[in-house]
Ligand binder design. Sequence first.
Ligand code: HEM
Ligand code: FES
Length: 765
Amino acid sequence: MAATHDNDAACPFSRQARSFDPFGVAYQSDPAEALRFSREDEPVFYSEAMGYWVVSRYDDIKAVFRDNITFSPANALEKITPATPEAVAVLKREGYGMDRTLVNEDEPVHMARRRALLDAFAPDALAEHAPMVRDLVREKLDAIIERGHSDLVEDMLWDVPLTVALTFLGVPDDDMTTLRSFSVAHTVNTWGKPTPDQQVAVAEGVAKFWNYSGDVLARMSAQVDAGKDVHGWMYDMIRQNRVMPDIVTDNYLQSMMMAIIVAAHETTALASANAFRELLTHRHQWDAICRDPALIPAAVEECLRHSGSMVAWRRIATRDAAVGGVTIPEGGRILMVMASGNRDPRHFENPDALDIWRDNSADHLTFGYGAHQCMGKNIGRMEMAIIIEEVSRRLPHLQLAEQELTYLPNISLRGPEALRVTWDPAKNPERQDPSLRHTGRNFPVGAPDRKSIVRRLRVAEAAPLAQNILGITLADPAGERLPSWSPGAHVDIVMPDGESRKYSLCGPADAGEWQIAVLRDDLGRGGSRWMHENAGTGATLPVRGPHNHFRLEEDAAHHVLIAGGIGITPILAMADRLKALGKPYALHYAGRNRARMAHLDRVEAEHADAVELHLSDDGTRSDLEKIVADAPAGSFIAACGPARLLDQLDALMSRRPDLRLRFEHFSSDDSAAELATGQAFDVECTDSDLSLHVPQDRSLLQVLRGAGLDVPSDCEEGLCGSCEVVVEEGQIEHRDRVLTAVERAAGDRIITCCSRGRERLKIKI
Ligand code: HEM
Ligand code: FES
């Protein structure tokens, strides 16, 4: 869907962008799809229809979340549809006084409060709630298991998170139905578009919710003041209120009470409903988790990415600030559409597909990011995993019923209002084996370890491609199509020693099978030798990915592609893509002689007009100086090959600042353990206000993670750049193979999995 520009030269945004309406049919029925035009062509735009700046790409959304000083969260819970005078009158009459809560307050008070309230979210504390969640789900399932049909939302997905939320908070669960109607009113009030008539009813609901929160709070406060041994996050807050009344104020308690009941349950209820909808629609993925429940935490993460319940969130600019190349003026209101960022192909391969084996799903933005990132994310994850595990174990034959799904119209919270499923009770596995009711499996608290997310693929074919080079075609053993990928992508094959090797993908991207080529290197770390000896036709291999850290910049005016030896695999995929797009490109392919060069026939047949071969045995060695000097201005150079070729190219770039270079190394020379160690140093994390020590035997990445900070990572060998963090001060010892010489010299970013500080570093996280 391309953006349509009209002739209004004064406005830089397309008509489609200016008239974007989050209450329109397109956004309400599929927010990610509605913003495809924006993700592709105008990533930050002003919607006149709503008076907001819309941000749709992954990196831009993350940048806004990350800087909560420039982009204040003060408007996060603002009514998107202003109240009518009648509604205002109702709120006033009822004494409604909702004010700041954690999620919409500025620094420094926000961090002080967040810190004071963190203990209840520690992994050990959360794990204690798991048996309670499981008991609740079992009870709900017992009630329907012989029935053969259910509306999962009504029968389980709403009540379980609400009860868990109330238990976590320590709030008595007196009146679940009333609370449910209150929270729907709160959602419509904050993110919906009620008609003037509905406004009054919504205001009444919200005001009742406010007063209810006050009553419950009073009862709970009395317990604390009477010295009772009571537990729950709300009790923690009440105690903090007694100790530090200036920080945790009275109004704050009541506002938090109301906001958190919604934050903690509606989000999780809707996310779970979305997850069942998606998993049951993609039947082979549902069947896979039924066979292997270890996949469930990864499936939860992928469902949160693909179809999260929090699709958009708001910020307000406190000064003029650039986002994605567009200046948002001071006071500009911002709508970050995480549902769109989560489908950004710059971050997620094949992003529209649901793929529970995707190993970077947990990078999704559904929980926000940075200083305000959802505190309850691990409760939400835990509940979703337990619900899916119980249902898939006891009702693996569950089917989605034919139905028209409906969603409450609003801009942020998304999930079906009802989800009808059917099954044949005669086929319930526990009729044969009653013990199944009790055999639940526990998962660690938190996001799954991405290294544990592995596909087991079959080698459909293994045949020599050139001297010492084995071509391998990988396929799904069950015959399902493997996800498509973009040029420059690679997969990681896990070796028997647990270490992995990366191999670039080549061949048609949407063939449903993956092709790689493996050069045997007897002097290397042993991976390629193992592959040549063991990855024969019919073998099974554990594979992670695909990932892409070597992206083609398709918009460049000209491309120069340089491959050395086996480096042809990603480069050929790029050449295929540029040819399909009809873009001008030059392809340089260097090797010792023809017998050692993979895919040579295809290169010569399909890229005859663009290719120049450089054969060192024939004395036609590549002249990189000339290639760089001759590159048309503004070219994008993509190179893959041996280290000396890439180093030489990197050094030549200082002469041509108008060119952009991206390169990919085959592998790191050092093992992951060697890379992670070195001189100890200290680091100050400015966004999260933490000071940390990185000892000799740990990487910066490990230390940041240990402190609870979310840093994405992929290769953990200094090759992909996904763990990069901005450096504000301090000398860096660069050990990665991803930053160019120019980027290193700038000294403003560090690759945290391997690079270290030469002295104390100040980093932005
Ligand atoms: C904040 C989503 C479950 C408590 C947030 C934010 C989002 C979000 C988008 C704003 C993040 C930002 O501004 O960067 C979700 C989703 C959930 C979920 C999708 C379930 C799938 C929960 C649960 C709890 C909770 C179960 C509590 C028990 C909070 C709190 C904040 C928050 C306290 C404010 C944190 C701060 O501003 O410092 N959540 N949430 N959430 N959430 Fe959640
Ligand atoms: Fe790949 Fe650090 S994780 S460079």
